[in-house]
Design a protein around this ligand. Sequence first.
Ligand SMILES: [Zn+2]
Ligand SMILES: [Zn+2]
Length: 447
Amino acid sequence: MMEKGLQLEQYLNRQWACSCGKTHATHLKAVAIRPGAVNDVPEILKSVGCARPFVLYDETTYQAAGALLQSALEGAGVAYTAYILPYAEPVPDEKVLGQILFNFDAACDLLLAVGTGTLNDLAKYVSFKMSKPYAVVATAPSMDGFVSSVAALMENHMKVTYPAHVPCAVIGDTDILKAAPMEMIASGVGDILGKYTCLCDWAMAREIEGEYYCPELVAIMRQAIDYVVQLAPRVPARDPEAIAGVMEALVLSGIAMAFAGNSRPASGSEHHLSHYWELQFLAQGRKAVLHGIKVGIGTVAVLRMYEWLFARKIDFEAAKAGALAFDEEAWRERMRALYGEGAQAVLDLEAATHKNGPEAVGAQLNAMAEKWDALQEIAVQLPPSGEIARILQLLGAPVAPQQVGVDEQMFADSVVAAKELRNRFGLLQMLFDLNLSRQAAQAALES
Ligand SMILES: [Zn+2]
Ligand SMILES: [Zn+2]
């Protein structure tokens, strides 16, 4: 049976005056996700005005897609220059950026990245700096950063996110994608499952902070998550339609972020936890865990904490007394201990926003007390944590922090500190305001 899929074309090459008050648009011009989609590459390149692509691989992605892509390009008589980064797993740092520049062919008018996370970030950044368009041939449906407008790089061994641009085209050939390691495919599914909790956080922020919110984007994302959940049982057998569905949802998630003008439709508390663990692993020199694998674990944890929180009777008066007693110096000391070299950014953000100060927390607590029933109605729309854990387990993916080496202490610290990387109201800030972070963390690990 052919699925009709998410029909991403409807969102491209048009402006959409939305009921939320914004005009939504993306610079992404073409998406091809289907079996044999690499054969569309010559035509897509032509449609975006590219005469000669610079094709960027690493050793792994050349193995995965090199033969198919080269025969598609050569079959259509497309002139190109190819460069294979001499690594199986390149790090997006100064050295590798330099290698791409050294080997770039100035006769090329577009950078065609063949890969997923790292290759996409490298190509996105280099092409942006050179004011040339770029497109991506995906080799794994592993994360939703394909069409984001920022590039995650390493500078001085620190992770830094730089502004960049979106690709003009994304090509997802299921013949290539379905052969990706199952862990990478599970990572993509985990990244999508995380949208349940991030959309819930966004709705909470609308209620409590009056933050901009687009119900139409939320509906589009909910449809995409439900679609992936429905397809998930067919993923372990690498069913091409299921793999295509995951890839479509990942690209759609990037489109939704472009539409919203921020990452609200795709990133919430589950991503904040994941980022915190990533920074800790980096600081400790430990091997990174795939982004969506961490997000999947974060999603189960956030769902459990939402379940735990809304099953409680809340003592708002005690919470307000706690907010007034906020000891900022002790808090700063703790952030220095937890974030080490990265602490200054956290302290600067607090100095600029005072989101943890008595005034902000008091206002948030008042709003929560007044709207608790409405918040509860939002939270009950979340799927049960057990259901999401079962989907991840079906794909052989971990569901508990300890399974990837995030121990109880790091997890408890993350529930307190992960929200400090951004000024984004959500579950983690609610727990902080209510002085329940520790207890919620414990409940998440026990259930
Ligand atoms: Zn809208
Ligand atoms: Zn993500």
